[in-house]
Design a protein around this ligand. Structure first.
Ligand SMILES: [Zn+2]
Length: 451
């Protein structure tokens, strides 16, 4: 049918054009930020006291290296390789190979679920190896050069294998169930699919911190003492259902610092990265490297960071994000249910007529057909996320933490060698958090208003 062939070609070219266009925007914005790195020579006035000229210069070079690596990766992976794969019908080739392998292992090639599982394994193995050189370079060259890499080769390899296995253990049953639901769900399968995925995602959010995160990182309870006492007091004053308090040895993986809390229902746990804390009270204090000394925050600053995090909880940001995610998923499933029988979508990525695997349809629709929509939504979510960050800062300010929060933000930024100057366009497209200077300025304004 020449008509349909044409439709599939138009589909393919539209996908390709949008893909390239989106990446050209990213490229342009990163170039703008590189110009900022290249031309900023002075510490911004607001940070004159806190940031040494020498640290500023280090951060500038670190940022520049990361941005250049980002551009290289974007051109090679996101534009060249993806375009070639799409154009040559790579996905269809892998599918054909999956059918062969299914047969070789004596499995049933008539079972779409079995072939899909083999396909999923193949595509994930290929994806892992495709990513590997970039990960190795980023960890052992880029981060190493700037003093952030704490991983040994052994740790890195183990970590990669573990995350591959965990990924498969989680995704295989979920994907199988999705296919099964589409097969038996009737005309309104998207409602069942949505209900299923809703339960699965809530389940994952619940089990992740308790069963999965400990597979990758070491958690220890926060030792008794002033910090623990004051965190408990702060939580109690806000009626935050605090369960356990943990410190995660984030420094094994990398030295970038953070704090978060987890748990949807009932008691929640707060997790502090050890890099957030001043290097005291650690079990192996004596082995501390010279460049680690003096990093981290004072107790009051840690408390201010937590006040911000608790603000996210009190203001219902997590709940709002989950609701948005569920609505999103519902919309995607409706679009999928309307389009997945349309054969040009499959032919566009190289499938012969009448071969229309559900998993492929889902990937093509969710990733490619909806790409413009995804881009818009992700931009809107970035804007929303920045608004939430300001609100959480405001919450910390109301609890009287604005000075300490400002101090903590500056310290964390310096510990992470964050560069304080950003191109506004680059920043509004990419940053889920307002920049350091924006947050400091807002905190200052809030304080003035208070007085
Ligand atoms: Zn936040």
């Amino acid at each position: 049918m020449p008509d349909e062939l044409q439709t599939s070609e138009i589909t393919l070219y539209s996908i390709l054009i949008f893909l390239v266009l989106e990446n050209l925007i990213n490229l342009y914005l990163t170039r703008r930020q590189i110009y900022v790195y290249e031309t900023s020579k002075d510490v911004p006035a607001e940070l004159k006291d806190a940031m040494k000229k020498e640290t500023f210069e280090k951060a500038r070079l670190y940022g520049l290296d990361k941005a250049n690596f980002g551009i290289f990766k974007l051109l090679l992976c996101d534009i060249a390789i993806v375009s070639i794969e799409l154009y040559t019908g790579f996905i269809a080739l892998i599918w054909a190979r999956a059918v062969q392998i299914t047969q070789q292992f004596g499995l049933n090639i008539e079972s779409e679920i079995q072939v899909s599982i083999v396909f999923l394994l193949l595509i994930n193995i290929i994806g892992t190896f495709k990513d590997l050189p970039f990960k190795i370079y980023a960890t052992f060259v880029l981060e190493e050069k700037h003093g952030f890499n704490k991983q040994t080769a052994g740790f890195f390899i183990k970590d990669q294998i573990k995350s591959f296995l965990v990924g498969q253990v989680l995704s295989i049953p979920i994907v199988s169930a999705i296919i099964y639901i589409v097969q038996i769900g009737g005309d309104y399968f998207f409602i069942w699919l949505w209900a299923f995925m809703g339960v699965v995602s809530l389940l994952l959010i619940t089990i992740y911190p308790v069963y999965i995160a400990p597979l990758f990182d070491k958690f220890r309870p926060l030792e008794d003492g002033d910090l623990k006492k004051s965190i408990e007091d702060l939580a109690a004053s806000l009626k935050f259902p605090l369960g356990k308090l943990f410190v995660v040895e984030g420094s094994k993986r990398s030295a970038h610092s953070n704090a978060y809390f987890t748990g949807l229902f009932g008691a929640k746990r707060i997790v502090l990265f050890d890099t957030l804390l001043l290097n005291k009270g650690l079990p192996d204090d004596s082995t501390l490297a010279e460049d680690e000394k003096g990093k981290g925050c004072e107790d009051k600053e840690v408390l201010a960071v937590l006040a911000h995090e608790l603000g996210h909880w009190k203001l219902g940001h997590i709940r709002k994000n989950i609701i948005i995610m569920q609505v999103q998923m519902f919309l995607i499933f409706i679009v999928f249910s309307q389009l997945f029988k349309y054969s040009p979508l499959y032919q566009a990525v190289g499938f012969p007529e009448n071969v229309q695997p559900i998993l492929i349809g889902f990937l093509v629709i969710a990733m490619y057909i909806l790409a413009p929509y995804n881009t818009l939504i992700s931009f809107a979510m970035t804007i929303l996320s920045r608004r939430f960050e300001y609100q959480a800062d405001e919450f910390a300010n109301e609890l009287g933490f604005s000075n300490e929060l400002g101090e903590a933000l500056i310290k964390l930024n310096i510990d992470n060698l964050g560069f304080p100057v950003y191109d506004w366009m680059y920043s509004s497209w990419n940053h889920s958090h307002p920049t350091l200077l924006q947050r400091l300025e807002r905190l200052k304004a809030l304080q003035k208003k208070k007085r």
